[in-house]
Design a protein around this ligand. Structure first.
Ligand code: ATP
Length: 543
């Protein structure tokens, strides 16, 4: 069963060292996360796979790593200073500050045309606070999402040292267009790729690493002759979709959504979102926009931009004239992609039936949980209904529904019901012995590629051979770890849970014939392979 809730993924991530709440020793900082030992490997693998595909394997791409802090004028002429904002309003009754465009869309059934239309609706008392229902709302005001800081040793209190933490990596690419064009002697069409941090003071961050204030983007600006933009756009939509699918993403969980006219940024001719079916619903994974010549023109010297030192344009040898290229922008989030791959890879499965009396005891407890939820006062009706129907269907289907029970045991609303403690006391033990959690990550994404175990940790010959194999694999560029901290079955389960595709066991036969057991995570099949062939075997499978 795939992950039914984001909580299941969050819990696995904390338990196994993928992602931790940031600055937790001081109580944390809301919606900020640190990637732990396995998370950093996974995210690095995602970024490496992206870079390899969009830079190294293509003939028409270059890479870039621009500074996060840039001249403030970049953000003036890109339009971010004036327009990169969300409209917010205050509720005078309950003192909350909801996003005015979201309230408008939810209550009027369509997106507003602009802030003026939202404010007209507020004046006409057509909108109400989503929290308390009051119509006593302030006018909506734009709230800029860029973080400010200042450069220089003294802050003079004016704006002289003001700089922004970049809210996207794209502008770093546009302002380097001329540098890359000249130094790399490029001809159209060509693109520039960049991976890096971006910062947005999001009003409503959340859903784990899906929306945070500090995140990493993987962006491409692909420059083409005007007129060749539409075909290039199609090419990138297909190419980006195939990248996710090639790394094992389930095609049923990935879709292409055409943005509607009213959703388009003012400079965009067309934009397509690649959406992933996250546990909280279909949401944007990557946007692929046709930005026309807007950005290069904005950063070129003109009557509208007297501050730019020159023009960002291209000399077309064939037509013997200058032109301003159009731009196709596939813009992905490294954190969102990592989260999507995690959700997609997750599976809880029943591996053997527990004894009937244990199942019966657990069923009784889950039924009693459902009754307690039904009786609970003060719980939102939709939460109540979700918990009761999920508990009833789990109780009816045990032991086959043990994987779903694991999801329910990690549900934060379910944890508020007293009897859940008893369900967990019994359920966790049964789940531990009879189910397995597996991350079916693509081998190229898995944080660890191969884990090597000695059958017995107190036999020096087995330990020495296993450690030697680990070292050899690592030398040949395969991420390998050594572990002897448990019985083999337990070690397999631990590696399954973090997505390690292959485990090697060194046993007594290995000492005689130099063969080892290679166990496959997905099929659980075990093969005997010559130790000398391991490096080649894995390198071929990873290629
Ligand atoms: P959204 O509509 O979800 O706010 P957006 O359309 O503003 O996203 P873009 O500006 O197109 O996003 O950024 C490109 C990509 O960067 C997004 O598709 C997403 O993967 C990632 N991204 C944007 N904002 C965030 C964020 N706050 N946290 C994590 N990733 C983000």
């Amino acid at each position: 069963m795939p992950a039914s809730s984001l909580e299941t993924i969050v819990s696995l991530c904390k338990r196994r060292g993928f992602v931790f709440p940031s600055s937790s020793v001081y109580g944390g900082l809301s919606s900020t996360w640190d990637y732990g030992p396995l998370g950093v490997e996974l995210k690095n693998n995602v970024k490496r796979a992206w870079w390899k595909r969009v830079v190294h394997e293509r003939e028409d791409m270059e890479g870039l790593d621009a500074a996060i802090l840039m001249n403030r004028l970049v953000w003036k002429y890109s339009g971010h200073e004036a327009t990169f904002s969300d409209p917010m309003m205050d509720c005078r009754a309950c003192k909350t500050r909801p996003r005015a465009d979201h309230v408008f869309a939810a209550q009027k059934g369509r997106d507003p045309k602009g802030i003026a239309e939202i404010n007209a609706a507020i004046d006409a008392k057509e909108l109400s606070c989503p929290k308390c229902g009051s119509k006593d709302l302030t006018q909506a005001r734009p709230f800029n999402l860029m973080f400010k800081t200042s450069v220089g040793p003294v802050d003079l209190g004016d704006d002289s040292g003001l700089v922004y933490m970049r809210p996207e990596t794209a502008q770093g690419i546009f302002v380097n267009f001329g540098n890359v064009l000249d130094t790399m002697r490029r001809k159209l069409p060509f693109g520039i790729a960049q991976i890096g941090k971006a910062f947005r003071n999001e009003i409503t961050p959340g859903n784990f690493t899906f929306r945070t204030r500090e995140f990493e983007q993987m962006e491409i600006e692909y420059f083409v002759r005007p007129g060749e933009d539409e075909a290039a756009h199609e090419m990138w939509i297909a190419e980006r979709k195939n990248w996710y699918l090639g790394l094992g993403m389930n095609p049923d969980n990935l879709r292409v959504r055409e943005q509607e006219k009213h959703e388009l940024a003012h400079y965009a001719k067309r934009c397509v979102d690649l959406e992933y079916r996250f546990p909280m619903g279909w949401s944007e994974l990557e946007g692929i926009a046709n930005r026309t010549d807007f950005d290069l023109k904005s950063h070129s010297r003109s009557p509208e931009n007297p501050d730019a030192v020159g023009e960002l344009k291209y000399f077309d040898q064939e037509q013997k004239k200058h032109l301003v290229p159009y731009v196709i922008e596939p813009s992905a989030g490294a954190d969102r992609a990592t989260l999507a791959f995690l959700c997609d890879a997750y599976e809880d499965a029943l591996v053997k039936e527990p004894p009937a009396e244990e199942t019966a005891r657990l069923r009784e407890l889950v039924e009693s949980f459902a009754r307690s939820v039904g009786r609970r006062e003060g719980m939102a009706a939709d939460v109540k209904q979700r918990l009761v129907s999920s508990a009833e269907s789990i109780a009816a289907g045990l032991p086959g529904t043990l994987p779903q029970l694991i999801g329910l045991m990690e549900d934060s609303e379910a944890a508020t019901i007293e009897v859940m403690k008893k369900v967990r006391g019994v359920g966790e033990k049964i789940a531990e012995e009879h189910t397995r959690t597996v991350l079916h990550l693509h081998p190229r994404l898995a944080p660890v590629t191969v884990a090597v175990f000695p059958l017995k940790r107190n036999d020096a010959r087995l330990v020495e051979m296993a450690r030697g194999l680990k070292r050899d694999l690592q030398k040949s560029g395969i991420r390998a770890v050594y572990d002897d901290t448990g019985a083999i079955g337990k070690l397999y389960r631990r590696q399954d849970e973090i997505g390690t595709p292959w485990c090697i066991t060194v046993d007594f036969q290995s000492l005689d014939d130099q063969t080892v057991t290679v166990r496959d995570r997905d099929s659980m099949a075990q093969d005997r392979v010559k130790a000398t062939e391991l490096g080649n075997t894995f390198a071929t499978r990873l290629a």
